[in-house]
Write a protein that binds this ligand. Structure first.
Ligand code: TYM
Length: 335
């Protein structure tokens, strides 16, 4: 067997929710690009997951193209990795049903994302929102992925994927690998700039609470300038007592590679204004080339379609085999 065949497999996904946030970039996308050499990677735009909240159809289509363009711009190389849209690979929904039948009501009820989204969309607590983690488990297990690079907010879903995989293996016979999370220490949870006790999220009504990967330099600098900190005036890493400054330090660390004590030394005796300006600069410098590439891809629909067609074919080839195997194991009659 060649070393190529022995590479571990990675699967991850992101919802097409308009422009991605800096949290999405730091927690997930930048790692996706970095892992491509070492692993056999599949990356997908999770458009079916997006349907669990109400969507304007034309916007969902547009956001899907934007998401694919942004992933390409951020360095996902379709020659190296399989890049596809979830709804283009029917095997995900096929396995989803089998896993739904192997997930308990109690398990799904305990998911914090379900509880949070039920509260934020009380008029639309639909079945898809409830069974969302079973579809996410199907996304991962249909490729027998070994590793799943995600931010911290996805760990509970990942744990459920392992539970269901294990249950299935015990009930039928060994079928699924138990997937592990790949969660980096720094940046697994980027916090809101307006309220550092909350995760940075695009659904926050306060636009100053998040930085978008598409924000221009002035906007990025302005948002960091307004970031909520504390009254101590010292750049010091202390997540408990200085959540705002610690969050900015994590972001600065990601883009400069400097560790926390180096950052503390660099800004010792200087005020928060200097530090916030420096964070804004490194972030906008890092995003500028990605934004340039993004525009290029957005203007080349033919290329996007070519990538997605190829991605869906390659992904389906792997996923269809798993669905056949699972259908057989659970006793569905095959001709
Ligand atoms: P989604 O679209 O909400 O987020 C995509 C990725 O970004 C990470 N992330 C963050 N990381 C750090 N700090 C933040 N503030 C932050 N906000 C978001 C998320 O952890 C995620 O890794 N259910 C998934 C999509 C999905 C998926 C999958 C992921 C569907 N199927 C299979 C992995 C494997 C979701 O809604 O991510």
């Amino acid at each position: 067997m060649s070393s190529e065949d022995m590479k571990k497999r990675i699967l991850s996904g992101i919802q097409p929710s308009g422009s991605f946030t800096l949290g999405n970039y730091i927690g997930a996308i930048r790692n996706w690009a970095a892992l491509q050499d070492q692993f056999d990677c599949l990356y997908m735009v999770a458009d079916l997951h997006a349907l669990t909240v109400r969507q304007v159809p034309a916007q969902l289509r547009a956001h899907t193209c934007e998401a694919v363009s942004m992933l390409l711009a951020a360095g996902i190389d379709p020659k190296q990795s399989i890049l596809f849209v979830q709804s283009h690979v029917p095997a995900h929904t096929q396995l989803n049903w089998i896993l739904c039948c192997n997930c308990q009501f109690g398990e799904l009820s305990r998911m914090t994302q379900f509880k949070d989204k039920s509260l934020s969309h009380p008029d639309n607590v639909n079945g898809g929102l409830f069974t969302y983690p079973a579809l996410m488990a199907a996304d991962i297990l249909v490729y027998n992925a070994d590793l799943v690079p995600v931010g911290q907010d996805q760990t509970q879903h990942l744990e459920l994927a392992r539970t269901v995989a294990n249950r299935f293996n015990n009930l039928y016979s060994p079928t699924f690998h138990l997937p592990e999370g790949y969660i980096t220490k720094e940046g697994a949870k980027i916090m809101s700039l307006a309220d550092p006790s909350k995760k940075m999220s695009k659904s926050d009504p306060n636009v100053n609470s998040f930085v978008l990967m598409n924000d221009d330099k002035d906007t990025i600098i302005r948002k960091f300038k307004r970031a909520v900190t504390d009254s101590e005036g010292t750049v010091r890493y202390d997540v408990e007592n200085k959540a705002g400054i610690s969050n900015l330090m994590s972001i600065y660390h990601v883009f400069t590679g400097k560790d926390m004590s180096e950052i503390e030394n660099e800004f010792s005796g200087r005020g928060y204004a200097d530090f916030k300006a420096a964070v804004g600069e490194v972030v906008s410098d890092a995003l500028a080339p990605i934004q340039g590439e993004y525009t290029k891809y957005m203007n080349d629909k033919a290329y996007l379609n070519e990538v997605l067609k190829d991605g869906a074919e390659k992904a389906s080839r792997i996923a269809d085999r798993m669905v056949s195997k699972v259908y057989k194991k659970v006793g569905l009659y095959q001709m």
